[in-house]
Design a protein around this ligand. Structure first.
Ligand code: V47
Ligand code: SF4
Length: 385
């Protein structure tokens, strides 16, 4: 494409964005053309980001819990899973899980992010009871638990419906669902990555069901492996279509592939420019998802910070005990302090706002940092500005 054609197409897309018109599949593919300047796309995405979320840069105080790494599946991109008889396979005891809850409380965490493997020998009740045990002992901590892949497995185990599983888990204490397991929806890619686990219609159905019973969920896309731009845009459009129907997605998290220790270790991880482009294209395509998260653990601190000017408005959390990315070679620290994450956001020219899992402002006791309560919805506050 000649430079003048590129400029003309960019102008068309800018006009659409300014008029709040929806971008098409063709527009999305154009934004991934290598000749189209990342600065131009970033500027557009930043415009949308500021229109939707002002100057706010969100973070939360959270911890991860992976109750087991033993998994019946063998996704080709996964460095975390272990076989049943692997000496490095584990399943946490109740006491180890409770200890995580105590540590989270002492650190002032508002959220536990709970995902793991599908253990060959653990029954549904083990997964449910660990949720109720955490909720009974630490009622204030929001449990963002189980990807659609796990919910699909629980349905297989219980022989009940998705709705039954989600309602049962919610009664036990699950507050919302993380966005994992989406990978790439298009079968040309999904069949190469993880042909046995929850398929695309199931992933979509599970999130739809969660939204219908009033449970908020997140959504993701794993990029930078064997997929092409077409598969990424197709993925974003499928998410956008569901969001049109339910409005239940809170945030989209683009996940950059980390190849180390995986069956795809011959691939290179995506470049920083590819990461920023994907954040920006996601912001532009997902016009109905309020937040875009630059997950610093996965992007690296510098790229995540830059992403706050390329469409992202959220860095995720202080995070502790992350395994999925560190097992796959992530060089990021184990966690960030509140001061560090606030400074990253301030340096990027944004106003740091601590949110809870569902984007309410967190109000901390000035005399005791570990005591907090959820305030107003920041999304609603911004809407009235
Ligand atoms: O589904 C696994 C991905 C996901 C690798 O909802 C990998 O707030 C890159 O979904 N390289 C789990 N990616 C993580 C996840 C997530 C993370 C942070 C926040 C939220 C949220 C959700 O991680 C998996 C898969 O797509 N993944 N292995 C890897 N080697
Ligand atoms: Fe198992 Fe999840 Fe890893 Fe796939 S990504 S092998 S389902 S732990």
């Amino acid at each position: 494409m000649s430079n003048s054609n590129i400029r003309a197409r960019l102008r068309e897309i800018r006009d659409k964005v300014e008029a709040e018109e929806r971008l098409s599949l063709k527009d999305g593919l154009f934004l991934y053309e290598p000749d189209v300047s990342i600065q131009a796309i970033g500027e557009l995405a930043n415009y949308v980001r500021e229109r939707m979320n002002g100057n706010v840069g969100y973070y939360n105080i959270n911890t991860h819990l992976n109750p087991t790494n033993v998994c019946v599946y063998r996704c080709r991109f996964c460095a975390f899973r272990k076989d049943l008889r692997d000496e490095n396979g584990y399943a946490m005891t109740d006491e180890q899980i409770l200890e995580r809850g105590r540590e989270a409380t002492a650190n002032g965490c508002t959220e536990m992010h709970i995902v793991g493997g599908l253990h060959h020998q653990r029954k549904y009740e083990w997964y449910r009871d660990l949720i109720s045990m955490l909720k009974e002992n630490f009622p204030q901590i929001h449990l963002k638990a189980w990807t659609a892949v796990e919910i699909d497995w629980f349905r297989f185990q219980t022989k009940k419906s998705f709705k039954w599983v989600l309602e049962d888990m919610r009664a036990a204490g699950q507050g919302s669902m993380p966005g994992g397991g989406a990978e790439i929806f298009h079968p040309e890619v999904r069949d190469q990555l993880c042909e046995h686990k929850a398929n695309t219609p199931s992933w979509i159905e599970i999130h739809k069901t969660a939204h219908e019973i009033g449970m908020k969920t997140n959504c993701t896309m794993l990029y930078g492996h064997v997929e092409k731009a077409y598969h990424r845009i197709d993925h974003l459009m499928r998410l956008r279509e569901l969001q049109d129907k339910t409005g239940g997605f809170q945030v989209f998290i683009p996940l950059a592939f980390h190849p180390e220790n995986t069956q795809l270790s011959d691939l290179k991880k995506p470049s920083g420019l590819m990461d920023l482009r994907t954040v920006a294209v996601s912001r532009l395509m997902l016009d109905n998802v309020r937040h875009i998260k630059a997950y610093w653990i996965m992007l690296g601190i510098e790229t995540a910070q830059a992403a706050l000017a390329y469409g992202a408005d959220d860095l995720d959390g202080t995070v502790r005990h992350e395994l999925i990315y560190h097992d796959a070679g992530a060089q990021t620290p184990e966690f960030l302090s509140v001061d560090q994450i606030q400074n990253l956001i301030r340096e990027a020219g944004r106003e740091p706002v601590e949110r809870d899992t569902t984007y309410n402002r967190v109000i901390r006791d000035p005399n005791d940092f570990t005591k907090w309560q959820s305030g107003e919805s920041v999304d609603a506050e911004l809407a009235t500005v």
